[in-house]
Write a protein of this length. Structure first.
Length: 395
């Protein structure tokens, strides 16, 4: 049923724009169509039984012979996948830019998304147990598993890590929980970093943070296990957020743009069907709820199970904070003034606690939003070129 909703939305967006050859292609097919080398690494098993797929662009078009390449490990955000890093094509997307700059590019896929929706025992279509995770598990289990796999295959000692949105949150979790991974990170680049969330302005999450502990609401609107929002929710948020021109309403009907926001100046409308054909790529409801808890608590901390279960799990009535001081690897923060999810004051608060801040870069476009880090027409000039320059300093 919900898949149908997304299907209809895809159709609408296809009609809104001219047909692009990448519509409906997978990450791998898009890379192949551009003539870049691509490898698929499937069923990388986590200690708790999830099977993750990774995609790799081992080199660019003009540097095939270069050996001992540094690894760029890129990690997507919520409801997203490896497609984020390639779907705008070789002129824009960062995976191609990194490959042409001499990096060996590895794209992760978190448990629960299109590529990693599998487990040795649980069936994602049937078993609630499969969906019993938030970005806590993505950070503390999936990221270490994938990083170790990449280091094993490449023989490198460290990776350059680039994370968008939840790809940054899960990174903070990894180093808070497993500080021994600091030494495997050369540099971390956070695009639209998310740690503290008390100042966010996203209407979807604001609503969610008000209702997050009302179970019935969660059940009927969000889906209990997999995040499968009902059309009632679209309508509700649409009324709050999208009383704008009709074209914007078309985009706004997508939960993905609802969460990330839009910026008509930087969004290439021809590319919307391409984006929509790989997103939303699947997440658990618990990932959403965990973010909603950060908004209402104002803390960057573990999942709140309620006082009694917290006491059993954590030995305290409230969940413990993540230990930001454990994030010893150098970090470059890229943030922007019009980001609905990553507010400037929240980024500053987080930055003040980071022990090894290499760069704090406010994107020089006041309208740059949360999804522009992936899809903006001028994303290279506004953001990626600065990120790659920082990476060169850590070569
Ligand atoms: C951000 O949120 C905190 C906690 O709710 C609040 O104290 C502070 O005033 C907010 N800052 C801004 C600039 O709105
Ligand atoms: C928008 O995307 C189309 C298709 O990839 C491309 O031909 C066009 O140049 C893009 N427009 C801008 C402003 O980047």
């Amino acid at each position: 049923m919900v898949k149908n909703v997304f299907g209809v939305l895809l159709l609408i967006s296809v009609c809104l724009a001219q047909q692009h050859p990448d519509v409906g292609l997978s990450t791998i097919e898009m890379i192949q169509r551009q003539g870049y080398p691509v490898e698929e690494h499937v069923n990388i098993q986590t200690p708790d039984g999830y099977l993750l797929d990774m995609h790799r662009i081992p080199h660019g078009k003009n540097n095939a012979g270069q050996t001992n390449k540094p690894v760029a490990f890129v990690m997507h955000g919520i409801l997203s996948s490896s497609a984020d890093w390639v779907n705008m094509g070789p002129e824009k997307s960062i995976a191609y830019q990194l490959a042409d700059e001499g990096y060996d590019v590895w794209m992760g896929n978190a448990r629960g998304n299109t590529w990693s929706r599998k487990h040795i025992t649980y069936n994602p279509n049937r078993d609630s147990e499969f969906w019993d995770f938030s970005w806590h598990e993505i950070g503390s289990i999936d990221l270490p598993t994938m990083i170790d796999y990449v280091l094993g295959i490449t023989g490198q000692q460290q990776v350059f890590y680039i994370g968008h949105s939840q790809g940054s949150t899960s990174f903070w979790v990894m180093l808070s929980e497993r500080p021994e991974y600091n030494s495997r990170i050369r540099l971390m680049i956070a695009l639209a970093p998310i740690g503290y969330m008390s100042n966010l302005t996203n209407p979807f999450f604001q609503l969610l943070s008000t209702f997050h502990n009302t179970l019935e609401w969660v059940l009927s609107f969000l889906g209990m296990d997999e995040f499968l929002p009902s059309s009632d929710l679209f309508t509700l948020i649409g009324q709050i957020a999208c009383n704008d021109e009709s074209f914007v309403q078309g985009i706004c009907a997508s939960i993905f743009f609802l969460i990330g926001g839009w910026n008509s100046a930087q969004l290439n409308q021809t590319m919307i069907p391409v984006i929509m054909s790989s997103t939303p790529a699947g997440s658990s409801t618990k990932q959403m709820i965990h973010y909603a808890q950060l908004i209402s608590s104002g803390n960057f901390r573990k999942y709140d199970y309620g006082m009694i279960l917290n006491l059993i799990r954590y030995g305290s009535l409230s969940p413990p904070d993540y230990i930001i001081e454990n994030i010893q690897a150098p970090v470059g923060l890229f943030y922007s003034a019009n980001d609905w999810l990553s507010a400037v004051v929240d980024v500053h608060q987080f930055a003040n606690q980071l022990p090894n801040l290499a760069l704090q870069f406010l994107v020089p476009d006041p309208r740059f939003n949360h999804l522009d880090y992936l899809f903006a027409i001028d994303v290279r000039e506004l953001c990626y070129n600065r990120a790659l320059a920082l990476m060169r300093q850590f070569a």
